[in-house]
Design a protein around this ligand. Structure first.
Ligand code: ADP
Ligand code: ASP
Ligand code: MG
Length: 450
């Protein structure tokens, strides 16, 4: 069989400590086709860096920088070539300490610089462990030379054409001679400033590199054995899925299944790259293959839950029998770079959902400026603490008798908005955050367990 080109990504829990990293190294060791290894920060580090960014005083920042130093140096103590790896990460740790002790103003650009430290540290340490475990020549590559993005710090948009060019210029030849370990989540803009792709973005980085490399397979190694019929933390009877289509996996991730970053499937679909999701703790257990065409096409294959949703309802009598209102509304949202997920309209009002985005510092969406722009031509109402539930499957728009049983099983639940028919792969609706897990359990019980 000819050689395959695989890009393998290991997430935060897989990078938790030296033992977890050695498990990942043994997964890589057995497979010479895994040419590019993309790693996340060690678990909890990006959260610590987020705390660093939002903390007020210099003391707190210095304390967090010290915590990160101790945590990473402790992992290095378990590496034979400790001195060499410590020498590599010390300048990175010193840089973070310097940012803390000078208490610089946290501009969006500096925030992304700070967020990048997790992956910069873990990739150096994992490279050392991989060299130790395999005896191979492994290169730790700075992915910022290849993952080029716009300047939307915190959730930067990659420039796919430029990534293809930079890949050819900087990485192609390297992968021909050695295995490469590199960072997920981070990139750089045209001026060379560090950017990040949004929380959980390492899956997306790996997919972008797989696209640039024209890889055969993208592997996502995580803390669950597979993609499940729903988040196994919410429903105890959730089952692993052995095979799922590109479209279903894309819907699941967009509608909240954290196991894949929402944009991961986009490059994979563009280049028809098969994706495998497996566990770095139990690599021998069967994982999920995500492929273009599946053998089985169940009407309902999985259920996902996306938390922290905001419902924005705009109302204007001017909308009655007029044209142009929707265009005006979406122009304001576009001017403020607000991404909308679901939309429903009536004759005089429009309701739409957006992520509350409480986890990205400085990324509050419905700012005073947005509200003022909207209120200049309509009444605006905001509801928060909502969650979006998506029933994912096949031919849902053409399946008779689906919505009756779905909503019939939720008679005591207040459903705020329903979207059905736009995609053949999902039926979604909005409920209050407090009821959401209960709703997922009811639906899973009825349509998947049953
Ligand atoms: P990593 O650090 O490897 O990127 P994540 O925490 O981002 O891992 O994603 C894995 C988590 O995704 C699982 O622990 C699980 O709780 C959650 N998850 C949500 N929905 C699903 C699903 N349908 N199948 C599997 N895991 C899911
Ligand atoms: N380290 C980043 C995060 O925690 C990216 C990732 O893990 O995918 O969000
Ligand atoms: Mg993740």
């Amino acid at each position: 069989m000819p050689d395959l080109f695989k890009v393998a990504k290991f997430g935060g829990t897989s990078m938790a400590d030296a033992t977890a990293m050695r498990r990942c190294a043994s997964i890589v060791k057995g497979d010479p086709d895994k040419k590019i290894i993309v790693v996340s920060a060690t678990s909890g580090t990006t959260n610590l860096l987020t705390e660093f960014i939002v903390s007020n005083g210099k003391e707190q920042k210095v304390e967090i920088a010290q915590q990160i130093r101790t945590k990473h140096l402790q992992i290095c103590e378990e590496i034979k070539n400790q001195a060499e790896v410590v020498q590599k990460i010390t300048p990175i740790l010193d840089e973070l300490k310097e940012i803390a002790s000078t208490n610089r103003i946290m501009t969006p650009m500096l925030r992304d610089e700070v967020l990048s430290f997790g992956e910069r540290l873990s990739s150096e340490i994992f490279t050392a462990i991989l060299i130790e475990e395999t005896g191979e020549d492994v290169i730790c590559f700075d992915v910022r030379k290849v993952i080029k993005t716009d300047q939307n710090y915190g959730s930067a948009e990659p420039n796919v054409d430029q990534i293809a060019k930079e890949y050819e210029a900087h990485l192609l030849a390297v992968t021909e001679n050695s295995r490469v370990v590199t960072q997920g989540f981070i990139g750089s803009d045209d001026n060379g400033n560090t950017t990040t792709l949004g929380r959980g973005g390492s899956d997306y980085s790996a997919a972008l590199l797989a696209e640039a490399a024209d890889a055969d397979v993208l592997e996502i190694w995580t803390d669950v054995t597979a993609i499940y019929t729903t988040d196994p933390r919410i429903v105890k009877t959730a089952k692993p899925i052995t095979e799922i289509s590109f479209d279903e996996a894309a819907e699941l991730s967009v509608f909240g299944a954290k196991v894949l970053h929402p944009a991961t499937m986009v490059p994979a679909i563009r280049k028809n790259i098969r994706v495998y999701v497996g566990s770095s703790i139990y690599p021998e257990k069967p994982g999920t293959w995500i492929v273009k065409e599946t053998k089985s096409k169940p009407a309902i294959s999985a259920i996902s839950l996306r938390r922290n949703q905001t419902l924005l309802t705009v109302h204007s009598l001017d909308m009655l029998h007029r044209y142009g209102f929707l265009s005006k509304l979406f122009q304001v949202l576009s001017d403020h770079k607000i991404s909308v997920d679901l939309v429903t309209t009536s004759e005089v009002s429009v309701a739409l959902t957006l992520d509350s985005d409480i986890h990205t510092p400085g990324k509050q969406k419905l700012t005073d400026e947005v509200m003022n722009d909207l209120r200049s031509f309509c009444e605006v109402n905001i509801e928060r603490n909502l969650a979006l539930i998506a029933v994912v499957g096949n031919n849902l728009e053409a399946t008779a008798g689906l919505s009756g049983p779905v909503f019939g099983s939720l008679i005591d639940v207040n459903i705020r908005l329903i979207c059905h028919g736009a995609s053949s792969h999902n039926l979604c609706f909005l409920v209050s955050e407090s009821e959401a897990e209960g709703v997922v359990n009811i639906l899973h019980n009825k349509f998947i367990d049953g």
